[in-house]
Design a protein around this ligand. Structure first.
Ligand SMILES: NC(=O)c1ccc[n+]([C@@H]2O[C@H](COP(=O)([O-])OP(=O)(O)OC[C@H]3O[C@@H](n4cnc5c(N)ncnc54)[C@H](O)[C@@H]3O)[C@@H](O)[C@H]2O)c1
Length: 437
């Protein structure tokens, strides 16, 4: 393929170095004449392990050159990658000045180019930018629509500075968000030969994945540092603890707990978070990220309350009271907190939780229920049907298969607020809304 690359910074320079290795012919474009000259001299404009050799080799083989002449680069290529900077504005939105300018320039040249062309954004941008902002800009300037010999793709870059050449050859996955179907095929052909899965999705999802990756990586670093600081204050080596911590690939380094849904609760998580905060406070160690967990969790319960209260319906059927499915444990259950908020605001409520009801009958949780939540106990009914009867709004904390069947058959004309994400509830004829979807 003939590929033009706009922006010869950390991202663009690595693409210039590595794409020729896959058999492509690359032409780099930058507004900075020094970077253009460096590439043409076979030197890398950025410091990265292994990059100088690759650039020198590609230039020598006639597979890489650079120019300030944007028009020549577009006319001489079939794919354009955009990797110009998107620095933060004072309000921390990404500044899209350079991206907009490149998109419009590409569009103006494409207006004169009859052949097919694929435009690929690699710069990091907020969800919606490619389709809502750049697509109209590009189409207006090019005088044709995406789909008409024109593809528009968002393909996030997951390279880490310092190991980016290695990362290019070992991508965790290649995420391709395309406005038109042809865009996927072009990118898959461009990256052919690299390991890792190709993931086809839409642009907004691809943009979001990139944002979340960086936020998550930042959260991991902060967590490790806060944990390490408290452990050091306790006379321990945080590195040793984290090493063993990371060996748990079932619950720690895994997708566990990474499904958007309702708040955490139960007899362990809130207690241990509070215990850890006390440990830190007693040793004068600041742990602002861990300290924020409880506030965030409470805010999530309030979000659920606002969602329920929003449209004025007052008769609620609440499914689930224990802190998660499969248990009768209601200690620190966020569903108990939600039920109490609703009751406090005068909602009428009936509750179904098979495990809680059963354990109550068996006398297991009797003491807790009578001592802690006698006001909720009288609202617990024996069957899903009895709870649904008269309800205007169904709130799903969690529900077993039998209860879900009853909900699906009686949900018509009611409103469902789903805090858990059961697939069959989405299209059962109710007015459906999920807490994070
Ligand atoms: N640096 C990373 O490790 C990394 C990793 C993944 C994603 N990203 C994202 O990729 C994008 C680029 O990052 P970077 O670190 O390579 O940026 P950078 O600042 O190193 O490079 C940007 C380049 O774009 C050039 N440029 C600006 N306007 C131009 C124009 N109109 N035409 C041609 N070139 C122009 C600049 O001269 C500069 O050389 C950003 O959105 C960044 O968030 C960066």
């Amino acid at each position: 393929m003939k590929i033009s690359i706009f922006g010869l910074g950390y991202v663009g320079a690595v693409s210039c170095a590595c794409l020729p290795e896959l058999g492509h012919e690359v032409i780099g474009v930058d507004t900075n004449p020094l970077k253009v000259r460096m590439i043409n001299d076979g030197q890398s404009p950025v410091v990265e392990e292994g990059i100088n050799e690759l650039i020198a080799c590609a230039v020598q083989a006639g597979r890489l050159s650079a120019t300030e002449d944007l028009e020549a680069a577009i006319m001489g290529s079939e794919v354009s990658l955009i990797s110009v900077a998107t620095p933060s504005k004072p309000n921390y939105e990404p500044d899209l000045t350079a991206v907009d300018a490149v998109i419009e320039s590409i569009g103006r040249v494409l207006a004169k180019k009859p052949g097919a062309h694929t435009v690929v954004l690699r710069s990091t941008v907020a969800p919606g930018t490619t389709q809502d902002r750049l697509q109209p800009l590009l189409e207006r300037a090019a005088g044709r629509k995406v789909g008409d010999r024109l593809s528009l793709v968002f393909n996030p870059e997951f390279l880490r500075e310092g190991s980016s050449v290695k990362d290019f050859h070992q991508p965790p996955q290649t995420v391709i968000g395309s406005v038109d179907p042809e865009g996927y095929a072009v990118l898959e052909a461009m990256y052919q030969g690299l390991p890792g899965a190709f993931v086809r999705t839409d642009c907004k999802v691809a943009e979001s994945v990139k944002y979340l990756c960086n936020v998550f990586h930042a959260m991991k670093i902060v967590f490790a540092n806060e944990a390490g600081s408290v452990l050091k204050a306790c006379g321990l080596d945080g590195r040793e603890v984290m090493k063993i911590f990371c060996q748990d690939t079932q619950l720690n380094i895994s997708p566990a707990y990474l499904r958007p849904g309702f708040a955490f609760g139960g007899s362990c998580l809130p207690k241990e978070v509070k215990g850890f905060l006390t440990l830190a406070r007693d040793r004068d160690v600041a742990v602002p990220a861990v300290a924020g967990l409880l506030d965030s969790n409470e805010a999530h319960v309030k979000t659920a309350y606002r969602l329920i209260a929003r449209d004025g319906r007052r008769r609620v059927a609440l499914f689930g009271l224990a802190f998660k499915p499969g248990t009768d444990d209601m200690r620190d259950s966020p569903l108990v907190a939600l039920a109490e908020q609703l009751l406090g605001k005068g909602f009428e409520m009936r509750i179904f939780d098979r495990n809680v009801k059963l354990s109550r009958l068996l006398g297991k949780n009797k003491e807790f229920v009578e001592r802690e939540i006698p006001h909720l106990d009288r609202l617990l009914l024996d069957s899903p049907e009895a709870v649904l009867d008269q309800a205007e709004i169904i709130v799903i904390g969690h529900a077993d298969a039998e209860a879900r069947k009853a909900i699906v058959s009686r949900a018509k004309d009611k409103r469902i607020v789903d805090l858990s994400g059961y697939a069959e509830l989405r299209d059962c004829g109710a007015q459906y809304e999920g807490i994070c979807w």
